[in-house]
Ligand binder design. Sequence first.
Ligand SMILES: [Zn+2]
Length: 171
Amino acid sequence: MSSTGSDAERGAPAGDREKVVLSEAEWKQRLTPEQYRIARKAGTERAFTGAYWDEKRAGTYTCVCCGTPLFSSYTKYDSGTGWPSFWNTVEPGAVDERDDRSLFMRRTEVVCAVCDAHLGHVFPDGPRPTGRRYCINSASLELVPEEKSPEGEGARKESAPDGGTEGQGSG
Ligand SMILES: [Zn+2]
């Protein structure tokens, strides 16, 4: 077991985010075999088998590898493909796009901008307003459900520091 992690160097942060760079062994420890196969090895889950293709809850879809917010449920739509589909990212720069010429097709691969996790592909046949279809593997995502606002918000008590007892001794 000589897994020397000598890759502790970090390059200049891209934008305002630091890149997350881990070794293959470290990713294997963090992820399930399915997540590892898809997110780190550019695999594809079978249609209609993932956790989120039919997910309706509101929330933010984060990168399963590094937790970076990638997509919002507000841009999720039913594309009929069997994969979670979005017409936009949660914010510009959340993902990087790469030319992918595998499988005798020319496609655009989508990866996490922070850790380079393979997410899926983006196609130009999405709905308005963007016209884009981000076709993403569930295994590369983790949904953080939106919390409903709890009752009685804003009723925070501040404990006043006591100790200001004005005791004037009368002489
Ligand atoms: Zn990531």
